[in-house]
Design a protein around this ligand. Sequence first.
Ligand code: UFG
Length: 342
Amino acid sequence: MEILVTGGLGYIGSHTVVELLNNGFDVVIVDDLSNTERFVLNNIEEITGRKPAFYPFDLKRRDLLRQVFEAHNIQGCINFAAYKAVGESQVIPLDYYENNLFSLINILQEFRERGLSNFIFSSSCTVYGQADHMPIDENTPQKPAESTYGKTKQMGEEILQDFARAYHRKVSLLRYFNPIGAHPSGKLGELPIGVPNNLVPYVMQTAAGIREKLNIWGNDYDTPDGTPVRDYIYVVDLAKAHVAALQKLLDSGEGTQVDIYNLGTGKGSSVLEVVQAFEKANGVKVPYQICERRAGDITIAYANADKAERELGWKSDTPLEEALRTVWQWQKYLEKRKKETV
Ligand code: UFG
């Protein structure tokens, strides 16, 4: 069965493609390589022994997308293709709306015209903003997103709700908490393009000496050690949730279905705890300094992911330290690769 994976060479996308291939699905990747590199495709093949079909183009090109649907018997889609930098989205909002929403609508139009169903959307816990109570379950009230990035996730969810309702299709909205880590093979991970915004890639580069110090954005939050708390979920666990969510859609009958799942571990860790766990896991030092708060950061977010466990039989139980060991292994791979390609 062929599954379209947009952004399939990106961070979460590439890990999910591996899990799909390992579970017997055929995969068709569309990725414009705007935030990744072609070698990721070779590494997917090395890991799985299987080669997905690959089309390098921008999903705003409806004409090219149509050709992909004509060439393949696509039975579902996992849509990862999106811009994702919160800060950048505030500076170039129109590009975010155009890229994240036009591409989504183009795929859905193809789905509608061809009578296709089974669509999985990468959403985010950003839809909850700073929730009033922890842990956050799927019924926790949403707050208006502060960033344009967050708004594209909220709007994407609404577009999919309408799509499912009006055309009687099945969709799954997956709200990720904070994905971290790399593939245990050491051959897939988050590519460091530019200065990292997210905590773990920055920690990785600081430990490697690429950055002088980690800036910890504030230690005066109302949390046990004063630094913000998040739910860091191992990317391979997250990838497996996509296969489980897809299987559920495929196994259920025709008609409207909107599944919504929080994907997290259920456990919160502070910034300082992540730094300490990284040092312990890898026997390295991560120099840091405490700075002013970063605009827009919330204090605390961690998931109640019981619904995914109940309905998908899925649970993320990879310990933080183990996930952080794969990050260091990935850094070593990147260094080796850089030496070989110079
Ligand atoms: N942090 C630092 N220093 C850094 C980077 C991050 O101290 O250099 C801190 C942040 O202040 C925050 C925590 O580490 O407290 C996590 O920050 P990230 O940027 O890694 O993650 P966020 O929780 O801010 O953002 C993530 C995703 C977004 C998503 C959001 C939803 O990156 O895509 O969760 O809450 F919108």
